[in-house]
Design a protein around this ligand. Structure first.
Ligand code: AR6
Length: 171
């Protein structure tokens, strides 16, 4: 990876709901109705207004993204993206996962955000193997950053050591 791009990517361990960044990304479901994992944590921390707002959006197809305010979160916005459910790797999963990152970053730029934090999309309930997801995710973000001076910084906020190690290895 080009060193000037690598400088704009940062890996941290922890809870994404605590980050004071312009936007955090949620690993949502197509109905945007909240759920477990990082989705549950974000809805709990943002408060009930977030679910009420999501209910007005008409859902979100896999590989796409939608944006809402952050409500009670320290982050200004939540970008909800729907990762693919992993089913062996031959069902377009890599393209759909890449699309999640590109679409989210498109919204980041459109809303003037300079910093954004992602979780490891699809790597929990949706079952994407961590090492593969890390490689695909990093390539998608590096590709976007190569063509765009914004956002200034992309953070991956990784909840556990396994996820952190997978992304560090891929980086
Ligand atoms: N901060 C950062 N990362 C977290 C946090 C947190 N607070 N909590 C969990 N993770 P998942 P998916 C990590 O299952 O696979 C939901 O029910 C977690 O360890 O949250 O895309 C939705 O409603 C894992 O590495 O998302 C959907 O139905 C990563 O976040 C479905 O799950 C993603 O795990 C989406 O599944």
């Amino acid at each position: 990876m080009d060193p000037s791009i690598a400088k704009r990517i940062k890996l941290v361990r922890g809870d994404i709901t605590r980050l004071r960044v312009d936007a955090i990304v949620n690993a949502a479901n197509p109905e945007l109705r909240g759920g477990g994992g990082v989705d549950g944590a974000i809805h709990r921390a943002a408060g009930p207004e977030l679910l009420a707002k999501c209910a007005t959006l008409g859902g979100c197809p896999t590989g796409s993204a939608r944006i809402t305010p952050g409500y009670n979160l320290p982050a200004g916005y939540v970008i909800h993206t729907v990762g693919p459910v992993y089913s062996g790797g031959d069902s377009n999963e890599a393209d759909l996962l890449s699309s999640c990152y590109r679409e989210s970053l498109g919204l980041v730029v459109e809303h003037g955000c300079k910093t954004v934090a992602f979780p490891a999309i699809s790597c929990g309930v949706y079952g994407y193997p961590l090492e593969d997801a890390a490689r695909v995710s990093l390539a998608a973000v590096a590709g976007f950053l190569t063509g765009s001076a914004v956002p200034e910084e992309v953070i991956w906020c990784l909840f556990d050591a396994r996820a952190y190690d997978a992304f560090e290895g891929a980086l």
